[in-house]
Write a protein that binds this ligand. Structure first.
Ligand SMILES: NC(=O)c1ccc[n+]([C@@H]2O[C@H](COP(=O)([O-])OP(=O)(O)OC[C@H]3O[C@@H](n4cnc5c(N)ncnc54)[C@H](O)[C@@H]3O)[C@@H](O)[C@H]2O)c1
Length: 277
């Protein structure tokens, strides 16, 4: 049954008619669901057409297949965010296909996988690659999408940051890149508010994605069950987060329901930040 809210629109599907470019819509190898894939699926279920970009085409093609199997619309793009031309090509391909971009969701983020460690041991290569991937890629995605959104005089950008940006972390480059992403989110929100473009960030806490769990099991040599139990024990709500927890917040921020929210960096962490000792 139709149920118009006070704004007068009828939210049958929360992203009906919207085009979303989701960068990092594949996922790392391993058991479970990644944040980008869950968000791409969630967007599509709510009616968005999804341009799904990722460096690993096989992984993002799988995401697209899942969307299509549910009756959604999506296509896959091979995009390495450390190469500006790849970002330009992804934006152009989305415009060529659907003629607009309403949502830019930047999910790419890497830490241990690119050699992050403490400040004494970090290498130039590791630091630069993590910064290029997590921060410069996000900035350059905005560089090429914002002119389109400005022209449209509407748009929503959602950057996937991390609770680590405001909490404790043993790893230097990831934390710094995500804290910088929060700063950039605020700056871009202010500069683009006159164009009716909102820019927000999500700060996930301990989320059970293949990247977070599998990489730690392998690189830190911790048994899987022990790692999962340790992660759950740190969360006041008593459970580990799932990629759907992140996708739900992304959906809210991308949707009209968040039309008066910009420049916010929002935690989705089960209260973990309250428990930092
Ligand atoms: N899982 C957690 O506990 C957690 C916590 C805080 C923040 N996050 C953030 O959530 C986001 C997704 O994390 P996830 O755990 O689902 O990881 P993930 O590795 O599954 O997702 C990241 C995606 O980005 C892709 N990618 C990596 N480098 C790329 C590049 N150069 N160009 C294009 N694509 C590239 C990967 O192939 C992958 O598909 C990241 O930004 C991460 O920092 C995750």
């Amino acid at each position: 049954m139709d149920n118009p809210n006070e704004r007068g629109w009828t939210p049958k599907k929360r992203l009906e008619g919207k085009v979303a470019l989701v960068i990092g819509a594949g996922q790392s190898a391993g058991e479970g669901l990644g944040n980008g894939r869950a968000t791409a699926l969630r967007f599509a279920r709510e009616g968005a057409r999804v341009a799904a970009a990722n460096r690993h085409i096989e992984s993002v093609a799988e995401t697209v297949d899942m969307i299509k199997a549910e009756g959604g619309e999506a296509f896959a793009l091979r995009t390495d965010v450390t190469v500006e031309q790849d970002i330009v090509d992804a934006v152009k391909a989305t415009m060529d296909k659907w003629g607009r971009i309403d949502i830019l969701h930047y999910n790419v983020g890497v830490s241990l996988g690119l050699g992050d460690t403490n400040v004494i041991e970090i290498t130039e290569t590791a630091f630069d690659n993590i910064y290029k991937t997590n921060l410069r890629g996000a900035a350059f995605a905005c560089k090429h999408v914002l002119p389109i959104m400005r022209e449209q005089r509407s748009g929503a950008i959602v950057n996937v940051s991390s609770a680590t940006a405001v909490g404790l972390s043993p790893f230097v480059a990831y934390k710094a890149s995500k804290a910088a992403m929060n700063a950039m989110t605020e700056q871009l929100a202010l500069q683009n508010a006159p164009y009716n473009i909102r820019v927000n960030a999500i700060m996930p806490g301990l989320i059970d994605t293949p990247m977070a769990v599998q990489t730690r099991v392998e690189k830190l040599s911790v048994p899987r069950e022990q790692l999962l139990a340790e992660r759950a024990a740190k969360v006041p709500l008593g459970r580990r987060g799932t990629a759907w927890d992140v996708a739900d917040l992304a959906l809210f921020l991308a949707s009209e329901e968040a039309s008066f929210i910009t420049g916010e960096c929002i935690l989705v962490d089960g209260g973990r930040i309250l428990n930092r000792t």
